[in-house]
Design a protein around this ligand. Sequence first.
Ligand SMILES: Nc1ncnc2c1ncn2[C@@H]1O[C@H](COP(=O)(O)OP(=O)(O)OP(=O)(O)O)[C@@H](O)[C@H]1O
Length: 713
Amino acid sequence: MPENLFISSPCFRNLFPLQYACVGPCGSAHAHALTAFPAYWPVWGDGAGRAPNTNGGWRISNRFIVWEPLWTEGAGERGPSGFALSCFSLLSCSVFMTTSQRLSQAEFRRVPVKAQARVRVCVRLRPGVGNGQGQSAPCVRGVDSHSLEILNWRNEMETMKYRFDAFYGEKATQNDIYVGSVQPVLSHLLEGQNASILAYGPTGAGKTHTMLGSPDQPGMIPRALRDLLQMTRNASGDEWKYSISMSYLEIYQEKVLDLLQPSLRDLPIREDHNHHILVPGLTQKEIKSFSDFESLFLPASANRTVASTQLNKRSSRSHTVLLVWVSQTQGWPPYARRAAKLCLIDLAGSEDNRRTGNRGLRLKESGAINTSLFVLSKVVDALNQGLPRVPYRDSKLTRLLQDSLGGTAHSVIIANIAPDKRYYFDTLTSLNFAAKSKQVVNKPFTQETLPDQVTKRPHADSSDSDPEAKKPCLEEERRTKLPEKPLSSLIPLENLEPAVAQRLLRLEALEKEHARTGSHGLPLLNTPRKERQGLVKQLEETKLKLKALEEKQLEMEARAHSKAREPALRVPVRPRKKAVVLPLQKVQTPEKTQEEDAVAIIQQKKRGRKKKVSTSSCENETPTEWEVALRPDLLARGKENILALLNTGSEKDLTALHRIGKKKARLIVAWRDRHGLFEKVEDFKNQGVSTKQAASFIQANILSSLGNIKPLN
Ligand SMILES: Nc1ncnc2c1ncn2[C@@H]1O[C@H](COP(=O)(O)OP(=O)(O)OP(=O)(O)O)[C@@H](O)[C@H]1O
């Protein structure tokens, strides 16, 4: 019978989201759901959501078709009927996955196939603590080395069964867990591949005990370090030289603190253009021996933030992460370098504050812990559902774990649970998290660089290829398609190019300065990549628009400039018409107005060309070559006016005429007194001037004598 059938009751569906109802049973090769199944469903279904099989039924949800068998305690495991099994065998060629997962698989075929490594999940049940008095009855018990069962809270006559990669019961020792689940992944570090060991579970369930342990029961961390040092020592030879270094940090209330150097608080988490997650400024120390490790690790562990709660006397108030770097350098050309990272993570436990009795600071810490664990759960959901956005950035913890879940590491989750009934719902939540984490698939590869910093294509890891792994990580795939550079997580500053490290630190300082001055400018580095790209694009567009506007402005200015110069050269200025108000009697006279007179045309014959000129320009010209052509009536009237002035004007009036100065005016008056009045204007030549001069005099005064024109000087 399928080994994973575990759902005991229909009530179970109320405890689990639909899509996880089959996570446990379907996480392995027994993937039973059929995406194409709806077409066939009416044949087997009874219309009420159950197959014609009393032991279980196919259930259809929005996304999945799930085989949901019944299984009750005491009744033994009952698998589906022969009918259902035959249906299953007919349909088992389909793989349990969502449409998007199918699509991603199709895309995946277009790129070189890389090995996948499903996240390994094991569960450790700690022994009941206390002397038995006041100790509540256990609600969970192991079934075999892979399975456990927990009471159904709705019906205590039923239990729910979970199956994992490994189950360690109350009697399991630290060594059992280490040898069974942790040690196997260490060998990947020597191949240049990342690994992560993560302890998860409710507060007081034994995470710290598992990871750190005690002097007489050392946990996973000291055991892993001891072995790793030994392994690198053994492997070091002519071909590869190994070195190990470590960093140790905690995430306390969404702040990254350096446990090796406690003065460094609130370190930033960054991602470089190769998607490496960095913690600039994090201390990294080389360790050559286990005593080196102890001398660093033990005092640093004392820096962890712990406090007493009602559920745990020494409760971790932070997530702690020990980073161990395994670097290797090739002993001969091309002198390749490999860098692998081991993350050993002791998460803070989820806390139900009705039971922890937390107040004040403890409550605040608890809020931060629960929030980050909730984001962790969302990350796993997003990975399982193949969502385009995995919310790694929603908490510092998930940002750091980006590599461990859906990333490039060989990951092991140790879910710690407690047997006590008072932990029941915490245990259930942890088991659900563990069950859904089983579906997450990572894509480990060897990170190798050549001395010229050219990163080689990652090598597929065939040794760990998992035939059961069904779901490639979408985000990871996208990355592997683009650059040839591998993913990694935390890279300490020391390992970076000095220029890059300096730049990061400068940006960091700049951002801090922004925060200090309360500037509302855009955050430089915390902006998510997509938004940042959008902003950069917007900025580029704005720059282009600005440039276009500037060019237009310059063009318009140039045009305006040339226009300002043009009129003097080309466009003749037309004299503005003056509004002239004449006295009534003048209007009544038949004389033409000044305006009419001003339209007199003076033709200048010069080099055979005719030109219209204004009267004023005529005045200033030498009249020698001029021929004045006026309407005869105007000419006659002009002459009359000049004659009248010559005969009646005083000396002063005469000087108003052109070419008549004081001396000439005096002569005219004297001539008049002596000879009487001028008979015609041409008699002006009697004043001792030549005929030409007399004509010139007339010509000069004829226009001004018409109407109310003042003579021009
Ligand atoms: N397998 C075990 N065997 C014996 N004692 C254990 C075991 N697991 C846990 N304990 C004990 O249970 C208590 C709580 O364990 P621990 O501090 O490791 O819990 P935790 O999950 O880390 O809690 P928190 O999240 O609050 O830090 C400790 O006293 C520890 O010694």
